[in-house]
Design a protein around this ligand. Structure first.
Ligand SMILES: Cc1ncc(COP(=O)(O)O)c(C=O)c1O
Length: 428
């Protein structure tokens, strides 16, 4: 039996993939190796998780050393060094105004962020954004709107959640003047607060500073600044979900540092543990200080091995020049994407920051999302041993998320394959 057939007999359909899905046995740097001897260039990075590629020697060495020392202690009952040291370094690198709490997954961190906001403000309402992805637990699925499939059959969900429009300017239904963010994205809050929920009821506005699953949507800075000011005006906490955009992906430790907008609370997961499960909720100290004993917790959060691996990732980001590399390579990626856009009219938009970039496939005649073509390009790329991922509700964007230490030669190799794959997909 193939692995595909074995998994089919063991797991529900939602855990299944296509028959052609590679079965990987090893990862090294930017490459994955399959059981049938293929070497695949990985531009998915475990969905933006392997910040330093596969099995980075420093991450492996740090985790291995920790495995021989202390595997689990339980932060609910004990203290241990990598946990405390990692917290110190993260707080220092984010400006010293925050405190943090470690968990395991992105969804768990977002649950924690919402619980913290409700706890600290004693207000019931959460406002989330349309087209957002925040996770798959009940509360995080409630604030997720990037695809109805994530919510189907789970109603009723968490109460007192309302939604605002996130400016996806490439697909805006509103009038854009001089490329500026349409006024409707600002005025919507007046309507929301006047007609649906008074701002004094709102604990938090939660958003991804750059939407991930929703299509790698970069919002206009003036809108982010406006939401920040609105939150200040009404004492609403601004939560940034940095699960995908964080830990170096945009060229700084967190996207809010790249954008220059400080959230009250933010969450981190995916890349933080260098491939091991780890997440964190950060909150301004005065907010965190309200989170009393027993108000939140968990068994595995801040596992020593994950924390040791995270410390090795931090060292590479800051002292190994990886953040700088990410900024440089990001410029190259955007240049190459623009070149492809010039060549192929089916690429309607290219966008991104650092090494969080995407190309949007369209039908040139009316700009409609072209998910079928995007999927064909991904299939052609995999035939040529390049792993790519889509995003967006119509699955018509290719996200390019290589490891942050990728070099120019590897980018060139990937773009050569992408070019050939688009040509092949268009032919078929
Ligand atoms: C922005 C964002 N938030 C939350 C999550 C959920 O993280 P996890 O799958 O670790 O629960 C993801 C995962 O893709 C994400 O991209």
């Amino acid at each position: 039996m193939t692995q595909h057939e074995r998994v089919q007999s063991l797991m529900p359909p939602m855990a299944m993939h296509d028959k052609s899905t590679p079965c990987v046995v090893k990862g090294e740097g930017c490459y994955l190796y399959t059981e049938d001897g293929r070497k695949i260039l990985d531009f998915a990075s475990g969905i933006a998780t392997n910040a330093l590629g596969h099995c980075h020697p420093k991450v492996v060495a740090a985790a291995e050393k920790q495995l021989h020392t202390l595997v689990h202690a339980g932060h609910n009952i004990l203290y241990y060094e990598p946990y405390t040291t990692l917290a110190e370094q993260l707080i220092e690198k984010t400006g010293g105004k925050y405190k943090l709490y470690f968990s395991n997954s992105g969804a768990e961190a977002n649950e924690g962020a919402m619980k913290l906001a409700k706890y600290a403000t004693q207000r019931p309402v959460i406002i989330s954004m349309k087209n957002a992805f925040h996770g798959r637990t009940m509360a995080t699925a409630t604030i997720t709107t990037s695809n109805a499939a994530y919510r189907k059959n789970y109603e009723p969900m968490m109460p007192s959640v309302y939604f605002a429009e996130y400016p996806y300017l490439f697909r805006t239904p509103y009038q854009m003047e001089d490329g500026k963010c349409p006024k409707e994205y600002f005025t919507q809050f007046y309507d929301l607060f006047k007609k649906i929920v008074e701002p004094s009821m709102v604990a938090a506005i939660i958003m991804e500073p750059i939407q991930g699953e929703g299509g790698y949507v970069v919002p206009p800075l003036e809108w982010l600044k406006y939401v920040r000011a609105l939150c200040d005006q009404h004492r609403i906490l601004l939560i940034f979900d940095e699960i995908q955009s964080g830990f170096g992906r945009t060229g700084n430790l967190y996207a809010w540092q790249t954008l220059g907008i400080e959230p009250d609370i933010f969450t981190s997961a995916k890349a933080i543990g260098g491939g091991l499960p780890l997440s964190a909720v950060f909150g301004k100290s005065e907010i965190m200080d309200k989170w009393g004993k027993g108000a939140h917790g968990g068994t595995f959060g801040g596992n020593p091995v994950s924390c040791a691996a995270a410390l090795a990732v931090m060292e590479e980001l800051f002292e190994g020049g990886v953040l700088e590399n990410c900024r440089k390579m990001g410029e190259i990626v955007r240049t190459r994407m623009h070149d492809l856009q010039q060549k192929y009219s089916v690429i309607g938009d290219v966008r991104g920051m650092g090494l969080m970039n995407a190309m949007e496939f369209v039908k040139p005649e009316d700009n409609a999302p072209n998910g079928a073509l995007c999927s064909a390009v991904i299939t052609e790329a995999l035939k040529r041993d390049l792993l790519l991922l889509s995003c967006g509700a119509d699955k018509n964007n290719i996200r390019l998320i290589p490891p942050l230490n990728v070099d120019e030669g590897t980018l060139d190799a990937a773009f050569q394959i992408i070019d050939e794959s688009i040509a092949a997909a268009l032919k078929s």
